[in-house]
Write a protein that binds this ligand. Structure first.
Ligand SMILES: NC(=O)c1ccc[n+]([C@@H]2O[C@H](COP(=O)([O-])OP(=O)(O)OC[C@H]3O[C@@H](n4cnc5c(N)ncnc54)[C@H](OP(=O)(O)O)[C@@H]3O)[C@@H](O)[C@H]2O)c1
Length: 317
């Protein structure tokens, strides 16, 4: 079957490590796994990290990339794939598709049957394919970790990204005052259109916020600390621009801040997210929908840094 996979690692030029070509059909490793016929997927920064060699070893190559998927189960029903799989031996106890088990950028993928969630009525496959990784991460950052129900205001850093646009759209839909930074003026205009107050990175906000959504890391972390209200939660799920920021501990203890790490979310949280989006007519922010036949273009778009929202791949085109 046709697939997009990491055939080697290239830290400086991750696109050069991407191969699109033939791979063997998936072989479910246990009786409770099934094969899903893929209909739509979306890219994540995770796929670029994998091509750079972050989180994978040479022994795991070639590795089919892709975490997100919507497809048809063996009975032909449309399903959303929850991408976290129990993985004995991994220090986290789990892994995300494309780490230990083949990913979704292929014609078919094998997953545990219990990882399949019915596609909500009326939701397009290309929209739902945005939800299981970036949107699920943003949902957990806001709800379980950030306890946004008790918050009035939220700051989202690097708001052009997949997780960040999700956090903006969800927090606005929840009725919060949302501030968002982006380095790019055009992206700031688009963030404003989502209902947030867009500012330049590092700009002083009109108020200190209760929840900060951090996926950028070193480039924005000091601003996150300075923008946090007393007792605020700074929730971190990524570090695109550096994972070793300097942290002013005086500010952490004096303002009684909580810095919380998080990854992905639970199946229950994915059900909650799907229901929230369906009930509130919230739809993912989609940068582009690109046919699977041009999957290399999709990677180039994500790598360019110009994308606003999710880069989606249509496997039916
Ligand atoms: N832990 C988890 O479960 C989990 C899940 C999903 C993602 N992640 C992580 O979260 C991060 C974002 O993922 P994503 O898929 O949303 O990535 P993405 O779509 O590529 O977004 C990255 C965003 O970060 C901002 N950024 C990049 N470099 C920056 C810099 N030097 N200074 C300021 N801002 C910068 C950009 O925002 P502007 O252009 O708007 O400034 C960019 O749009 C990645 O590191 C990813 O690995 C973690």
């Amino acid at each position: 079957m046709r697939a997009a996979f990491a055939s080697r690692f290239d830290d400086a030029d991750p696109l050069a490590a991407l191969t699109v070509g033939e791979r063997p059909e998936p072989t479910p490793p246990a009786d409770d796994w099934v094969t899903v016929e893929l209909r739509a997927t979306s890219l994540n920064h995770h796929d670029l990290w994998s091509l750079r060699g972050v989180g994978l070893t040479e022994a795991q190559l070639p590795m089919i990339l892709g975490c997100d998927a919507v497809g048809l189960d063996p009975e032909g029903r449309p399903v959303v794939v929850y991408p976290v799989v129990v993985t004995p031996g991994d220090p986290r106890g789990v892994s995300i598709l494309s780490e230990h088990f083949s990913g979704t950028l292929a014609e078919r993928v094998a997953v545990p049957r219990s990882n399949l969630i019915p596609l909500p009525d009326g939701m397009a496959a290309t929209d739902a394919a945005c939800l299981p990784t970036a949107w699920l991460t943003a949902w957990r950052m806001l709800t379980t970790k950030g306890r946004v129900a008790d918050a009035d205001s939220v700051l989202v850093q690097g708001a052009g990204g997949g997780v960040a646009t999700a956090a903006v759209a969800l927090a606005v839909a929840m009725g919060k005052r949302v501030y968002a930074t982006s380095r790019d003026a055009a992206k700031r205009d688009r963030i404003s259109a989502l209902g947030a107050t867009a500012v330049e990175p590092g700009a002083r906000l009109p108020e200190r916020v209760d929840v900060v959504i951090e996926t950028v890391g070193a480039a924005t972390f000091d601003h996150s600390l300075k923008s946090a209200a007393p007792m605020a939660r700074i929730v971190v799920s990524g570090a695109t621009a550096g994972h070793e920021p300097s942290v002013n501990l005086r500010r952490v203890f004096a303002m009684q801040l909580e810095i919380l790490g998080t990854s992905m979310g639970t199946p229950g949280e994915l059900y909650e997210l799907l229901a929230f989006c369906a009930d509130n007519e919230v739809r993912p922010v989609v940068d582009s929908v690109i046919p699977f036949s041009r999957v290399e273009d999709a990677f180039a778009r994500l790598h360019s840094g110009d994308a606003f929202g999710k880069v989606v791949i249509d496997h039916t085109a």
